[in-house]
Structures are given as C-alpha cells and as structure tokens.
Design a protein around this ligand. Structure first.
Ligand SMILES: *Cc1c(COP(=O)(O)O)cnc(C)c1O
Length: 402
C-alpha cells in the first residue's frame, strides 16, 4: 500500500476535479450568453415589465407538474416566501431539521415564529417522522422538511402526519431537483416546494429562488411577499401586508430558463457517476455509501463512517479528493443566532422562552461529529475522475482502518 499523501506520499490525484466553483464543473454555454445578451439589449431588466421571469415561472411549474410557480431572489427568499404564506402568529412553531443550510431556518425566525428541531434518521440525516410527531404541540403550524444531499426525505409519511394534525408541509428542495417521490417530483408532495439557484446547486444563475404550489391563494400570497405586498394584479398602488422586495431580475430568469433545459441531463450524469462510485467502494467494511432507491439526485455524495471522520477526511482531501467531515461544524441550533438568540437587539425575540441545549437532537450530533463525510459531486466528472475518487477512497480507508 502506497504512503498516504497526508503523510508525504504521492496523491492519487494531482489535477483538481471539476467543481461547481469553476467553469469546468458548470454547464454555462453559448445559450446562456445569448439569453443574458437578449435581456441586456432589450433594455428591460426588471420582471415587473419584462417577460423572462413570468416565462420561467410557467416553464418551471410545467416541468414539475405544479399549478403555480413564483420566482424570487434566492433559496432563502423562497423559504421565506413559504413561511410568510403559512402566516404564523408570533410564537407559533414550525418543526424542522438541524442538518441543512441556515436558509432553511432563519426565515422561520424572521417571521417571528419559533423553529422546533426534530431529530433525524441516523443513516440518511433526514427528519425522522416519529421525532416530528413527538414535537407537535398546539402551537405547531407547519413542518419544513429538507431533502438532504438530494435523497428524498420520508415526505409521504410527513404528509400523512401533517394531514392528521392540520399542518402545512413545506419541502426544501434546494438540493433535490427532479428527485422522484413515487410518480411525482420532490416539491409536489408538500403544500409548497422551495428551490435555489445559488452557485453550488444542480442548476444556477449565481443566486435565485423558485417556489411551486398547487394552491392559488398560497401562490398569490407568496407573489405579494416578493413585491412589498403590492397587488399589481389589481392595479392598486397599495400594500396589503408587511413584505419585502425579493424579486428576481430578468437576467437571472433568462439564464435560468436555459439552465432548466439542461437539468434532466445534469441529474442523469450525476446519478451515473455516483452509481460508479458506489459500485467501486461498496465492499469496504466500516463505510456506508448513500442509500439510493433510484431516487437520489446527488447534490453531494454523503458517506457514513464508524468514526474518526476528521483524520479520514483530511487524508482523502490530501489525495486530491476534497471532502467535508460532518457537512456542518455544528447542528443549526448551536449557531449563536439561535442558541444565544442573537436576533432583534438584545430581546432574544422570538426565541426568549425556548432553549436549544447540546444533545437536543442526538442523531444529528452523532452524524455531524462522528459519522458523516460529504464529497462534493459534479455532473462533469468523467469516468476517469470517478475512478480516481474510488482509488483515493480505497487507499485512505484501507490505510486508516488497518
Ligand atoms: C442552498 C440551500 C438553501 C439556501 O439557498 P440560497 O439560495 O443559498 O439562499 C436552503 N436550504 C438548503 C437545503 C440549501 O442547500
């Protein structure tokens, strides 16, 4: 066995893999350039009078089979639209997960509701429906589930739970474009599905967000929330409720419309590469590849180890295959904004009467501290790139397990 690169040996891989942070790992072509130019030359960059954002909304709704779509300025904004549509009273509760991007949680607090963190499944990192049910109180208004890394959460079980208790269900699909859930896509089981166009997602325009829903009233409320509550559909210059400006621009929409045409292939190519990796490491003891029931769309590729994730991840990164131990450094509830309630001035509002102690969600903490290693994934990995990743993982795992 050759010397590990972390100990001074030769790395498996000396040239960088394609990455979402450079052109090699993104599919921006002449069509995106033409789309951006078309908007610039039209002189109309705002969706209020332009046509691109409205066209994107129609195309996205149709791609996912949804009744309505509303575009906005980020994935976090999309989630804020969804929470605003739930319209919680101050202090009402929304149950969500401790393993996600903070964009899942801050919109709840911004709307003066309280995030209640339910624990996750120890293998997938997705919300455990039993933990969600146990967290329901008379103040619960909604459940906000995340399809982590591109693997659908148990959304049908959560749907049944929400129906039983009269709660709205929001799906955070930022990592899960076109992930099948039975005969529909993720985002179509909940009342609202939220998507992101940030740089690292399956498709991107730098930043941007989209929501889908079948409910016309929720859709209208979300559209108003992108536009200061201004009901442009009735031609009145008035402001119906407290809201912000979360509008998407025509430039973003024009680029995204082209990206949409590439999405199915991006997902296919990510799945093909991931299947090859899984086949190449499936026999290793003490390492669990992600479960795939034909439904994982691999925003990233999560691995489960028995422990020692930090030296393992450092060794793999040194081999030229970057990866992140734990995905997060801490569960979302341990961030100062939440645990120390750094919110509005010194008030702690709306978290004054809640505590988020260590150990709140033991499975999430075990995953982050001891089990999870996440590899960035990419649609542009060649077969040879995946072979290198397999070689590097086998080298590191064999060396560190013996
Ligand atoms: C990226 C992401 C967000 C936030 O999206 P932005 O566009 O970066 O605001 C929210 N939730 C999840 C699960 C994400 O991956």
């Amino acid at each position: 066995m050759s010397e590990l690169a972390v100990n001074g040996g030769t790395p498996v891989r000396s040239t960088p893999l394609p990455s979402v942070f450079n052109a090699a790992g993104r599919r921006f072509g002449d069509e995106e350039v033409a789309a951006a130019e078309r908007v610039l030359r039209s002189g109309m960059l705002s969706a209020t009078w332009g046509t691109e954002v409205r066209a994107l909304e129609r195309e996205f709704a149709s791609l996912l089979g949804a009744g309505h779509s509303v575009a906005c300025s980020s994935g976090t904004a999309a989630l804020h639209l969804a929470v605003a549509a739930v319209n919680p009273e101050p202090g009402d509760e929304i149950i969500t997960t401790p393993i996600s991007d903070m964009g899942t949680v801050f919109p709840i607090i911004m709307q003066n509701a309280v995030p209640v963190f339910a624990d996750v499944d120890l293998t997938t990192g997705s919300l455990d429906p039993a933990a969600v049910e146990a967290a329901i109180t008379p103040r619960t208004k909604a459940v906000l589930a995340v399809h982590l890394f591109g693997k659908p959460a148990p959304i049908r079980e959560l749907r049944a739970l929400c129906d039983k208790h009269g709660l709205l269900l929001i799906e955070d699909c930022a990592q899960a474009y076109l992930a099948p859930v039975g005969d529909v896509y993720a985002g179509r089981v909940g009342d609202i599905g939220c998507f992101s166009l940030q740089q690292s997602k399956h498709i991107s325009a730098g930043d941007g967000g989209l929501v889908i829903t079948d409910d016309a009233a929720l859709a209208r409320r979300m559209r108003l929330f992108t536009d200061k509550g201004w009901p442009r559909d009735t031609d009145e210059r008035t402001y119906l409720f407290l809201a912000l400006n979360y509008r998407m621009t025509e430039l973003t929409a024009a680029v995204t419309r082209v990206q949409l045409t590439r999405l199915a292939q991006v997902v296919d190519d990510r799945r093909t590469g991931a299947a090859k990796l899984t086949a190449g490491i499936g026999d290793l003891i003490g390492l669990l590849p992600p479960r795939d029931d034909g439904d994982h769309v691999y925003w990233q590729y999560p691995l489960l180890l028995d422990g020692n994730i930090h030296p393992w991840a450092a060794a793999l990164t040194a081999e030229g295959v970057p990866c992140t131990p734990g995905y997060l450094t801490e569960p979302l509830y341990a961030a100062p904004a939440i645990r120390s309630k750094v919110t509005y001035g010194g008030s702690g509002f709306p978290l004054r009467d809640v505590e988020y102690p260590p150990g709140l969600c033991p499975n999430a903490e075990t995953l982050i501290n001891d089990r999870l290693v996440v590899l960035p994934w990419n649609e542009n990995y060649s077969g040879a790139d995946v072979d290198d990743i397999v070689t590097a993982i086998r080298k590191v795992h064999t060396a560190l397990e013996s």
